[in-house]
Write a protein that binds this ligand. Sequence first.
Ligand code: 0RA
Length: 653
Amino acid sequence: MTEEQINSNNGSYSAENIQVLEGLEAVRKRPAMYIGDISTKGLHHLVYEVVDNSIDEALAGYCDHIEVTINEDNSITVQDNGRGIPVDFHEKEKKSALEVVMTVLHAGGKFDKGSYKVSGGLHGVGVSCVNALSTHMTTQVFRNGKIYQQEYECGHPLYPVKEIGTSDITGTRQQFWPDNTIFTETVYNYEILATRMRELAYLNAGIKITLTDLRVKDEENNAKMEVFYSEEGLKEFVRYIDSSREHLVNDVIYINTEKQGTPVEVAIMYNTSYNENIHSYVNNINTIEGGTHLAGFRRALTRTLKKYAEDNKMLEKAKVEIAGDDFREGLTAVISIKVAEPQFEGQTKTKLGNSEVMGAVDQAVGEALNYYLEEHPKEAKMVVDKVILAAQARVAARKARESVQRKSPMSGGGMPGKLADCSSKDPEECELFLVEGDSAGGSAKQGRDRRFQAILPLRGKILNVEKAMWHKAFESDEVNNIIQALGIRFGVDGEDSKEANIDKLRYKKVIIMTDADVDGSHIDTLIMTLFFRYFPQVIRNGYLYIATPPLYLCKKGKVEEYCWTDQQRQKFIDTYGGGSENAVHTQRYKGLGEMNPEQLWSTTMNPENRMLKQISIENAAEVDYIFSMLMGEDVGPRRDFIEKNATYANIDA
Ligand code: 0RA
């Protein structure tokens, strides 16, 4: 590739560009189709998309350092030390390969025959999408001793690729400014990026990822910075996820191998809790709906443990039939595989369909687990004993559940007595408010629109399911009321499956409504934990919300305004009181009970002007870690967690 070839593009821009631009205009017209959405989530996906290309270069063996920088103006810079995107003249497209990569949809891996693109954001759309959705983007390639550069506006090149200097490093540097006419949010959240970079570092041992935030400086004017690097990959990842749980066995059972052409990495740890936490990934994508790799893992785990226990005559005294779930109580595991042509299925396209993968994972896990059990009889016995306990608890749980169903006068369709149901039966429009306390519950009943809003008052403490055995939840009236009201069923396949079935969910908005104080936030967390551990599908589908009652009622003469933040309150004081506190009357609401039904309706329940926070699980491994950490008594971090993980959105607007 010579300089003349690069520059020979000069005159011939318009014609070719029209075609290219059509592709990228489509991205600008329907951005959500390409990157999921145009809110915070989509904004952060832009970074993942760019980083994924560098990860691919690292997985190909040519790059071991990726630097991500949040610049002061909320632009992002990603630089790697790979080979640099090729800048050769591309015969078919009649322009530099670099320009093709940057301006043609899905052009990413075209030039690298022989190696496949394994990494890839959920949408895997390529860096050209990022380019299309940025007001400005600058790409620099360090290669052949030279520095090449091209800049773009909304995906349109401003000039052909040019040389701008010499350099003895190699790599690629991209900087982009997300388009604020497309994204509803353009301020980057450090924690969201840090969480994904940490996860990527664990999933790809040996790659150093640095994250720098130039917007935040310490006393010595040093920018905020973190280095994510893992020597041992998933082995360290499970230790991190389980770091605040009590280990049943100290070892991590670890496999890193290749079976039938599929690279398989698995790490397993048992803890003393009652939850199953399996996180699975395909090509660095979190497959939250599971799939064939997860099925292979489960099958191997069940078969191998069962056989070991039987061979050693450990099950005879148990007197209960062991079920698949029993082998996974207190299990934390991470499965990461690489597949050349993954088939993603399911509602959110995060379920792996490739059937050949099942056997590969099954074989890898079976061999490694069998080897571990044979070598560690003491630890093996502790695991099997825990499995037996789980089976016994499960049987107890079924009995408790059956007795509840017997007790409730109308089995099948029977609703808890405390539920004030709505008249509509269409789940799409129905809302269930879970309200703290009977008195607030009373106000909510009077204030609601009974056509589509149902009220379930919750009395007393919600069980901390993080600390309790699985079946304990079904002994709790509050939990059973929630399950019955929602229409959630367990073990519908005749088995004592822990998997909740939400096919008959009666409300597609479930709204937690508690006081805007520390106790209220504690209750929010307990309810969220219950949903996360027992029916996470409700959260994943985006059905769980937190109501936000106002903090103040500000008055001046006849003017009345509710305020949700101190800034809003200050603005009212400035506007109506000429900046003087004393000139206006501001009333602090401490609890829902201080509002009459009319006020509760107009501020917190009326879809026209309420503010709901939608609860989402962006990163299940991190949420798993955080919930296990929050079991403790300290309320501070809980609140941080809620703030961090709630998507603030007036979703009714
Ligand atoms: C295809 C071929 C080659 C490098 C890359 C892609 C590449 C892409 C990106 C995107 C971000 N960083 C990257 N680093 C490399 C190299 C082909 C060769 O040198 O022979």
